[in-house]
Write a protein that binds this ligand. Structure first.
Ligand SMILES: Nc1nc2c(ncn2[C@@H]2O[C@H](COP(=O)(O)OP(=O)(O)OP(=O)(O)O)[C@@H](O)[C@H]2O)c(=O)[nH]1
Ligand SMILES: [Mg+2]
Length: 459
């Protein structure tokens, strides 16, 4: 897949801007500039890595722009190849002329993600790190930024590599045994192998568990507001978003469809979803709305079950239990709303047996909302006591880890049942390969094309 031609692309956004940055990468890419670039310093000193050269860009006597050229020597650049970063004024005309000139000298427009793919192919980054580049560009909150940066710096890759090293050690001993199969020798202690496999299983499971959180981080933590009609759900949505996003009225059944918007609090992005009030109804549209509300509940990471303290449901204990059953993995927060006009104490007593400490709020006067946000942060922050310090945010990695886990379990079963070494070796190999897919030790052209096609052009 690696081609040795010179690629170029605009790395800054299309359109008018203060500056535009054009990147070139490939052997001798600096030579493409020779017919167009005149810089006193460059003429005097030649090209030195990591030096910026100021000069004029001209096409056949026509002066196009004053530009700044950063030169990166082979082996010292992001891609590992000789590279140029050319800053010009951000006019689409200027950028168009410069790209045209470079193409006329034999450069080719880069494919999406091709710079990062070259960096991977040249061993500057592994695959998980390359994917982190895209995540870093798209990170919209502090948590995603932290995870992407850690992954880019190789934290996750080091963990995977350490897992593989443990496995390689035993896999090679088992394979050695196969070479001496006539002699019935055991190089790999089955006791140590079992201990190692169990430890690895715990670590891999921890990473898989972190994906539920990582996925929520990436997409926004799904926070569904549920409750009876008129409980104040839409008022709460508006209060948390700080805008009049949903219609509020004293008529029960105002919200018919789900209304969704995001907000960021303490570095995490939440997808807040207002839903139709749940009740028995003959109205078809309302029924569909309620079905959608329940669907949101079953997919939610967090549920705000909102109760109108002035008119609590008779069967609210039952409702809380039902919700818990419907979304066993979700964090359920019971909110006693309209505390500005009603005393919620009797409801607090009713809920005592359910081990749910409700939060007393008023969506209208905003009292208790700070405490609600605080509680939300506590529930959704990645606990430092979790099995894994690393958070998996990539579905491809989660899939490879699940396959690793299955292969580890099969290996453990094989050891426990004293199954012949060749079958055990095969399972260990599957675990090794699945882990290797994450960092790209094992990769196919299709996989790489799929990953890098999702990148921007110029990255
Ligand atoms: N006093 C008081 N009134 C509130 C509070 N929250 C909401 N209300 C009022 O309660 C009524 C219903 O509010 P909504 O936010 O539309 O209620 P909802 O739960 O979205 O209702 P549906 O969409 O019909 O399910 C409105 O008249 C609000 O002004 C509150 O904290 N205190
Ligand atoms: Mg509503």
């Amino acid at each position: 897949m690696l081609r040795d031609d010179i690629i170029c692309a605009l790395s800054t956004p299309q359109g008018v801007g203060a500056l535009g940055i054009i990147r070139l990468s490939g052997t001798n890419s600096s030579s493409l500039l020779t017919p167009f670039f005149s810089s006193v310093r460059q003429k005097r000193e030649g090209w030195t890595s990591h030096v910026a050269y100021f000069g004029d860009f001209s096409i056949e006597e026509q002066h196009i722009d004053e530009i700044l050229v950063n030169f990166f020597a082979e082996g010292k650049s992001f891609t590992g190849e000789e590279s140029i970063e050319l800053s010009c004024h951000g006019s689409p005309y200027i950028i168009g002329r410069i790209l045209e000139a470079l193409l006329s000298q034999g450069a080719r427009m880069a494919d999406p993600g091709e710079y990062t793919m070259r960096a991977f192919m040249n061993g500057k980054l592994d695959l998980a790190q390359a994917e982190a580049v895209a995540d870093l560009i798209h990170a919209e909150n502090r948590a995603m930024h932290d995870v992407a940066l850690k992954q880019l710096k190789g934290g996750f890759s080091n963990e995977i590599t350490a897992f593989r090293e443990e496995l390689v050690h035993f896999a090679s001993l088992i394979e050695l045994e196969l070479d001496f199969s006539e002699e019935d020798v055991e190089f790999a202690s089955r006791e140590q192998l079992t201990a190692m496999l169990n430890l690895l299983k715990t670590k891999v499971s921890g990473l898989i568990d972190s994906f539920r959180y990582g996925n929520a981080l990436k997409k926004g933590i799904a926070t569904a507001i549920l409750g009876a009609p008129n409980a104040g759900k839409s008022t709460l949505l508006n209060a948390l978003l700080g805008e009049e996003r949903a219609i509020v009225s004293e008529i029960p059944g105002t919200t018919r469809d789900t209304v969704e918007d995001t907000f960021t609090h303490q570095g995490l992005t939440y997808r807040l979803i207002d839903t139709a009030g749940i009740r028995e109804t003959q109205d078809y549209v309302e029924q569909v709305g309620i079905a959608r509300a329940l669907e949101q509940a079953s997919n939610a990471d967090v549920i705000f079950y909102t109760i109108d303290s002035t008119a609590p449901e008779k069967d609210l204990e039952q409702k809380v239990l039902e919700l818990q059953e419907m979304a066993p993995d979700a964090h359920l927060l019971v909110l006693l709303n309209k505390a500005d006009t009603a005393d919620p104490t009797p409801i607090i007593h009713r809920l005592k047996g359910l081990h749910h400490t409700p939060l007393v709020v008023s969506a209208k006067s905003k009292e208790g909302l700070e405490a609600l946000l605080q509680k939300l942060s506590e529930l959704t922050a990645w606990s430092t006591t979790s099995a894994s310090q690393t958070i998996v945010t990539n579905a491809r990695h989660a899939d490879a880890l699940r396959r690793t886990l299955k292969a580890l379990q099969r290996s453990l079963d094989a050891v426990a049942l004293s199954i012949p070494g060749d079958l055990l070796a095969q399972d260990l190999r599957v675990a090794l390969d699945s882990l290797g897919e994450i960092t790209g030790t094992i990769s196919t052209d299709d996989l790489l094309a799929n990953i890098f096609s999702k990148f921007c052009i110029g990255k």
